[in-house]
Design a protein around this ligand. Structure first.
Ligand code: FAD
Length: 516
């Protein structure tokens, strides 16, 4: 933009006559003398966009937004900050689909990772095969998962571990974990990465894997953006099916529901297992997917009127041309012996892509009604299996159902701990099976505080009765809470920070090492 050019010329002139000229309050003016200066945007339109996220609960304005044209641009930006006497903070921003400012950088620089997503020479996208790894794709950190799906399907392949929603970036989900109904079988997305290119907080570009620079590799996976910026990830692929059998079963007995879920994740027949709550204020069809027909919904409503809260177990079996003749029989065998009431099983046949991309149509419908870009006070927890009955009684029934405040889907499904690698930074409960709970709430601009209060009540309940739940997509305000969250991993986390981002430049919006 012309304003930037003028600033650039002024700063050059001023540096020639020897008087420093601050061009924003928080960034050193020498930044303008670098070759990358024209990729920095200072205009309010850009900084405003980067000061918001999907949660719409907090705002933090950066001094500038950086649109890199190459990986080297990011290297140069971080190196420059690292070498400053007072470094400025830098946050990679995927799609900004965090809830509480995790991808923001107050007075610092936000790096728009999507700027590199279509740049093939910068690791945009490539499918390969090796005898040791099988099929894999090399993808840019700012690439959307939906684009990876579409591109890999052209080779008859697809990643194995997903999130429910695909318009998220590789770097963003790998910084957390990336979970969905496939996690019980394949582990989270962080468990299905072979190699990454990372730019550390010192501005060093490092290739890492389980074999080389493994400390950085494990640190970054689930590392909340604290140790480096992911510019390339090598993702595991398998042969893709073309269709799915998709089944939902309803329960009014939570103990039967969880028993069946736990059974299904202990056998290796299904490709996806999830579950959710249905209440009058959390209806069976929602933006996550529109599954039930109007007549199904009438049936469900009669069950709801009788029981108040019901639980929906959701499973999927993939199939293709070779297995089309046997898939129904195979699925029936897997579901035999489950204890949902007769007549409360609902089936659908869908394409693989439409199933994986199921949230998109709900998003577009809400966007059209102006109901997508609103506050989302989400709370995501991992709850140990041993306390899931207490969680149901204290949270689902006593808080969510009785207080009648919930607005939005509530997910509940189990995962196997042995599919997570403990060397990674991600934190999970210390039990073989734990439940992922997702309160995906939304509200009007003025009433999200009531839902935040409810979230606090849930966390306080867990603390009071000693449920050692771990937050997923965590958010804490004190060092003590972070220490408690990481538990035995805290010392390692701090040590890794000192090694890879000693000046604490990266992802300040997580508020873990907040010294800026
Ligand atoms: P951002 O929000 O932009 O960034 C998240 C964090 O990662 C920030 O700290 C940022 O600085 C850092 N970061 C971003 N890119 C990089 C990079 N390249 N290198 C290093 N650090 C980086 N999560 C699930 O696990 N399962 C789900 O099913 C799921 N469904 C969702 C559905 C919706 C509608 C939404 C809004 C979110 C959902 N999420 C889910 C949460 C999602 O995983 C997180 O929001 C995640 O942060 C990805 O979003 P993003 O790509 O926009 O990352």
């Amino acid at each position: 933009p012309s304003s930037l050019i003028v600033l650039f010329i002024i700063s050059r002139l001023v540096s020639i006559i020897g008087q420093p000229m601050p061009w924003t309050n928080s960034l050193p003016h020498q930044l303008l003398t670098l070759e990358i200066a024209d990729r920095l945007r200072l205009d309010s339109e850009e900084t405003k966009l980067a000061s918001r996220d999907f949660g719409k609960l907090v705002q933090a304005k950066p001094a500038a937004v950086f649109h890199p044209s190459s990986v080297d641009d990011i290297v140069n930006l971080i190196k420059f900050s690292y070498n400053c006497q007072v470094p400025f903070s830098i946050a990679a921003r995927g799609r900004g689909h965090s809830i509480r400012g995790q991808a923001m950088a107050q007075n610092g620089v936000v790096v728009e990772m999507t700027s590199l997503k279509h740049n093939n020479s910068e690791g945009g996208f490539r499918v390969s095969q090796s005898s040791s790894l099988g099929f894999y794709a090399d993808v840019a950190g700012g690439q959307f998962w939906i684009d990876v799906l579409i591109a890999t399907l052209e080779h008859g392949l697809a990643p194995v571990s997903w999130t429910d929603y695909l318009y998220l970036t590789i770097g963003g989900t790998l910084s957390n974990a990336g979970i969905s109904g496939q996690s019980f079988r394949y582990g989270p997305q962080i468990n299905n990465v072979f190699e990454m290119d990372i730019i550390t907080g010192k501005g060093e570009l490092v290739t890492c894997s389980k074999q080389i620079n493994s400390k950085l590799f494990y640190a970054v996976l689930g590392g909340l953006g604290q140790f480096g910026i992911i510019t390339r990830a090598r993702i595991a692929l398998e042969r893709a099916p073309n269709r799915v059998k998709w089944v939902r079963m309803l329960y009014h007995d939570f103990s039967a529901f969880t028993r069946d879920q736990e059974h299904l994740i202990s056998i290796n027949g299904l490709d996806y297992v999830e579950g959710s709550l249905i209440m009058h204020h959390s209806p069976p069809n929602n933006w996550r997917s529109s599954f039930f027909s109007p007549s199904d919904q009438m049936k469900i409503n009669s069950m709801l009127t009788k029981h108040g809260v019901i639980y929906c177990l959701e499973v999927v079996k993939y199939y293709d041309d070779l297995t089309t003749g046997t898939v129904d029989e195979g699925l029936q065998l897997l579901l035999n012996g489950l204890s949902f009431p007769p007549n409360f099983v609902f089936k659908k046949d869908d394409s693989f892509v439409d199933f994986l991309n199921r949230v998109r149509s709900g998003e577009l419908k809400l966007q059209a009604k102006g109901l997508w870009d609103i506050p989302h006070p989400w709370l995501n927890l991992f709850v140990p299996k041993s306390r899931i009955m207490d969680f149901n009684a204290g949270v689902f029934v006593d808080i969510l159902y009785k207080q009648n405040k919930t607005m939005g889907p509530v997910l509940v499904y189990p995962m196997n701990r042995n599919k997570w690698d403990d060397r990674m930074s991600a934190v999970i409960p210390d039990e073989d099976i734990f439940y992922s709970i997702g309160l995906l709430l939304s509200s009007g601009d003025s009433d999200w505080a009531a839902l935040e209060k409810q979230n606090q009540e849930i966390l306080q309940f867990c603390e009071k009765v000693g449920i050692n739940a771990k937050q997923y997509l965590p958010h804490y305000k004190t060092r003590k809470d972070w220490k408690n969250h990481f538990g035995a991993k805290w010392e390692t986390f701090v040590e890794r920070k000192a090694q890879f981002d000693p000046k604490m430049i990266l992802s300040p919006g997580q508020r873990i090492f907040n010294y800026f």
